[in-house]
Design a protein around this ligand. Sequence first.
Ligand code: THU
Length: 142
Amino acid sequence: MKLTQEVQAQLLQASLGAREHSHSPYSGYAVGAALLDEQGRIHVGTNIENAAYPQGWCAEASALTAMVMAGGKRATAVLVTGPGPDVITPCGGCRQKLREFAGQDLLIIAGDPSGIKQQWTLGELLPFSFGPEHLTVSGVKK
Ligand code: THU
């Protein structure tokens, strides 16, 4: 899937805007995520840390929650922003969470306040992934 420059710019702005709301007093690493759904709508989320450290969660998880609550069924692209200058990539757990609502072709775009840095597909970041089809094909889930 190829995004227009306009949609890419909207995703970057939305992701950076979400990042402003980050609650990350422990790591100091603010993250924003903007998800594009199958209807072309954008859903945002940020990382929310917790004094009991393991209870925090990632920006991508927040954005997925927003998408599901708005009735979105599939993600077609996600733009994740960190502080830079190192290129942020979604953590392993988030790659799997995204997999639930997307296939190999999901576009994962990384950016920071200076702009877009790199992009991959989910197939590149999570090869040979386990997804909902496995349960259907094996007959575990109808
Ligand atoms: N973080 C995300 O929000 N998304 C990622 O994919 C990588 C890590 C957050 C979790 C934690 O709040 C902070 O970044 C530092 O790990």
